[in-house]
Design a protein around this ligand. Structure first.
Ligand code: ZN
Length: 616
């Protein structure tokens, strides 16, 4: 263990810890300065690498692109540094502490990279801290320095990194057990609103940045407390103990944005300002607030499921290249099922709201023809080149392991509950995964779930033989038997088409001036007529196609009518003859079949029954 209360200047040379100093040196120019001190560089030369991707977001992002002016020295003398690959450098052998200095350009508003301006700073370690080859198991110290200037004197820090020589929320030195932990605690700096709550004995912080007049912080805090408590109870029904000592939500609110990234004891979230609750206004943007709570719930659920229960191929991560797994349906799909379910169980939304969210999920999957092309297993494996790199043909060629994965979780939950006469559920699967893989992940010999181990684990957790069921759900493109399963539970699932006009079979992309084809569905009237994604629609039967008025035009026609379309493809005017098809699927709706059946629901047990008992 390291002695506490060392100043970094001494610590750099007196411990075997790798020490980093990060300074926002030029906020208006978005530049951090980073200095790494390596007490014992390898005698053959020291390789330094920056991750090519960040866990939780499966795309090669090449964070090294933002590194500028890198140099190395030893005892004041320059050490040659030679680039080895797009994200690695080799420092020549030297006898003594090696220091590497560089700047990082930080202008990424997402939760995946690094950001700095005069309002705030944010970084993930994977964007700013070089890893020291063969020394990644060593303790890391990080001194986070305050930017110079009067305007930054009231800036504070929010992070789940442990304080080493720093007051909580203040600049100073923080520590991590190893490099893996170092880059798993994002850091927010600036002026933020801070709230705290206690869930099952664990302190949770919410640090919110962005300009948010009249934010109803007590309401958000109370709702989050209910959601977190519910999740702790799911995984530890007897002990009611969270897997962390402290948890930090870092939320940044902007005019329009959405995203979240999970970490072992924190999450970084981005939301639209309008989705936050406002003081004294209980009704404002209910759908937006619900979506925001779902995002919090989703990232928090990952604290167990992906940050501790993991695919074996992520133990450890190889951050230099893609790490392939066929199990993202389990980690992202199940998390997407539980995120909204936890809102229901904790009482922050009611049953009609939950069913409406479920209907949206079903509609999204059923609208995409790609579900007949790609299995859930394939979708997981190809996340790196498909889910994370969508193009105009994605709806035709891919299925989301989030949306369909969540429906698989629902179908499996209903199947288990039905087959076990309500004695078992998906919760039992989550708990067995937690006990076998998650609980001791950071306290022993971490191991993950092997790709071919899942079915046996599910069978063990439920006492059922789920092999054939899972094989079909994961390795084929058949639709899940949701209508049938919901029917058994007292609900009817129906597609709604009635109010829609005849369809072209396209997804439109409209702005204030143009109506463009975003996607042309496979085997649709538009595709048969020769239309393509990117085409700009000009006129139908001689009448101008105006933004947001396509349905008004189409309402004049019947299924089977022929229309003439004028279209710009790039800058060339084209004419297409198109025969209108069936109305587009408007949405799916889930309704309760009869009040008499409600008592047998049992599906989403206590919460549903409680919700049904008190009519809204
Ligand atoms: Zn997720």
């Amino acid at each position: 263990m390291l002695k506490k209360k060392l100043s970094l200047k001494n610590a750099s040379f007196n411990t075997s810890a790798i020490t980093y100093r990060i300074t926002p040196i030029d906020p208006p120019a978005h530049r951090y300065h980073v200095c790494v001190n390596i007490p014992e560089p390898l005698s053959t030369g020291q390789l330094l690498e920056l991750p090519a991707w960040i866990p939780g977001s499966y795309l090669i992002r090449d964070f090294a692109q933002q590194i500028v002016e890198i140099s190395a020295s030893c005892k004041g003398k320059e050490v040659p540094l030679v680039k080895q690959s797009k994200h690695s450098w080799l420092a020549a052998p030297c006898a003594g502490p090696l220091q590497v200095e560089y700047q990082v350009y930080a202008w990424d508003i997402s939760i995946r990279g690094a950001y700095l301006d005069e309002q705030r700073g944010f970084f993930n370690g994977s964007s700013v801290f070089l890893s020291i080859k063969d020394q990644t198991q060593k303790t890391c110290l990080v001194e986070i320095c305050r930017p110079q200037g009067a305007r930054y004197q009231d800036w504070r820090i929010a992070t789940a990194l442990r304080e080493h020589h720093a007051q909580r929320y203040d600049f100073g030195t923080y520590e991590a057990t190893d490099y893996d932990e170092l880059i798993d605690h994002p850091v927010e700096m600036g002026r933020f609103v801070l709230a705290k709550f206690n869930a099952s004995g664990t302190v949770h912080d919410i640090a919110i940045t962005g300009t948010i007049p009249n934010l109803d912080l007590p309401r958000l805090t109370l709702d989050l407390e209910k959601i977190c408590t519910q999740q702790i109870k799911l995984f530890e029904p007897h002990r009611h103990k969270a897997p962390i000592n402290r948890y930090v939500f870092l939320l940044h609110a902007i005019d329009d944005g959405y995203g979240g990234l999970e970490h072992r004891a924190s999450s970084a979230l981005l939301c639209s300002r309008a989705h936050l609750p406002i003081k004294g206004n209980s009704t404002i943007n209910r759908a937006g607030y619900r979506q925001l709570l779902g995002l919090f719930s989703h990232e928090y659920f990952h604290t167990w499921h992906i940050k501790r229960i993991k695919p074996a191929v992520f133990v450890p991560y190889d951050l230099q290249r893609e790490n392939y797994t066929r199990l993202l349906w389990l980690f992202e799909g199940f998390t997407s099922y539980y995120d909204n379910l936890m809102l229901l169980r904790s009482g922050v939304i009611d049953l009609p709201e939950y069913l409406s969210l479920l209907s949206e999920n079903i509609t999204e999957v059923m609208r995409s023809p790609g579900r007949f092309k790609q299995t859930l297993s394939e979708s997981s494996f190809d996340a790196w080149i498909k889910y994370y790199r969508p193009n105009e043909n994605s709806p035709n060629a891919t299925v989301s392991y989030y949306s369909k994965g969540a429906l698989l979780a629902l179908a499996l939950d209903l199947t288990i509950r039905h087959a076990s006469h309500q004695r078992r559920s998906l919760d039992d699967i989550m708990r067995i995964l937690w006990q076998k893989f998650g609980r001791d992940f950071y306290h022993g010999h971490p191991h993950g779930i092997a790709e071919d181990q899942v079915i046996a684990l599910f069978n063990e957790a439920t006492g059922l033989q789920l092999d054939a069921w899972l094989e079909r759900a994961l390795e084929s493109t058949h639709d899940l038997p949701l209508a049938e399963l919901l029917q058994k539970t007292g609900f009817t699932l129906k597609p709604i088409r009635s109010t829609s006009p005849p369809g072209l079979g396209v997804r439109l992309r409209e702005d204030s001036h143009t109506v463009r084809l975003g996607c042309v569905y496979e085997d649709s009237p538009a595709q048969r007529a020769g239309l393509s994604a990117g085409d700009i629609l000009i006129a139908m039967d001689g009448l101008r196609i105006k933004p947001n008025q396509m349905n008004t035009l189409l309402n004049r026609y019947q299924v089977g009518d022929k229309v003439e379309l004028h279209v710009f493809r790039r800058d060339e005017l084209c004419v297409f003859q198109l025969q209108l098809g069936e109305p587009e699927l408007e949405r799916y709706a889930i309704t309760s079949t009869s009040s008499g059946k409600r008592h047998v629901i049992g599906v989403w047990p206590a919460a549903i029954n409680a919700s049904l008992a008190k009519p809204k």
